[in-house]
Design a protein around this ligand. Structure first.
Ligand code: C5P
Length: 242
């Protein structure tokens, strides 16, 4: 209980906080800001996904930056290379630190996305962002196991600095490309409701397996008291690592 109380007051260390991305899967920017501010002791990264971006557009990115968060722009791009390149360039100029694109889109599309993203940021005088390739969606239950390593190779060759994969693929990813950033969704406290995540893991498990960025949504955002849920989720982690 003492660790939970400590986490409740102090949140996570800066190093751990930078590894936690809060999935702001809501359709209202005011609600997103309220959630993000309330949970800022634990989360250094705001994930703006399709729902919030469709509702609020680029303002969602600017508002999260203004509130001191790094932005993970989860638009899961998949289109012809020219279109992805141009759209990624806009995302770079907006100040997103991470941008997702589907590895399924192939090497030319990924390469165009990476180059566009970097160019957009460079022209705006911003630090180089990270293009993050989605390997497989966790909802794609039929995807064969070898597809993750294959897509990882394609992504790395195209210049992506990161991938999204489930926790069970972390070992393969670590071995195949140690310097590629590994982003992992499907995080839950032990024994909690998994929602539609097939193989949830705790934050401590994901970090121990080599995750660099943890995407966390409903385990905290759907709780009656999101801050208490975050304190509980990260409590064991806090006592393990500080
Ligand atoms: O399950 P949770 O709400 O923590 O999900 C957070 C993020 O994980 C979502 O924003 C979505 O991008 C991703 N997700 C996923 N596979 C699912 C459900 C959600 O990768 N089955």
């Amino acid at each position: 209980m003492a660790t939970t109380a400590k986490a409740e007051i102090e949140g996570l260390s800066p190093e751990l906080r930078a590894k936690m991305a809060l999935a702001l899967d809501v359709d209202d920017l005011v609600e997103a800001v309220r959630l993000a501010r309330r949970l800022s002791p634990w989360f250094g990264v705001a994930k703006v996904g399709l729902e919030l971006y469709t509702a609020a557009g680029p303002d969602a990115v600017g508002t999260m930056l203004d509130n001191g968060f790094d932005v993970f722009l989860d638009l899961k791009m998949h289109d012809i290379p020219t279109t992805v390149g141009k759209a990624a360039s806009v995302c770079g100029a907006l100040g997103a630190k991470y941008l997702t694109m589907h590895a399924h889109g192939g090497p030319d599309m990924l390469k165009a996305g990476v180059e566009g993203l970097h160019l957009g940021a460079r022209n705006a005088g911003l630090e180089e962002p990270v293009a993050v390739a989605i390997t497989v969606l966790t909802s794609d239950a039929d995807a064969p196991d070898h597809i993750v390593p294959n897509r990882l190779r394609v992504a790395v060759e195209a210049g992506c600095g990161g991938i999204v994969c489930s926790a069970r693929h972390l070992k393969d990813a670590r071995e195949l490309s140690p310097r590629t950033m590994r982003v992992v969704p499907g995080i839950r406290p032990a024994g909690a409701d998994a929602h539609d995540q097939p193989n949830p893991v705790t934050p401590a498990e994901a970090l121990a397996e080599g995750a660099d960025l943890l995407v966390i949504g409903r385990a905290v955002t759907l709780a009656d008291d999101p801050a208490a849920a975050a304190a509980e989720l990260f409590g064991p982690l806090d006592s393990r690592t500080t």
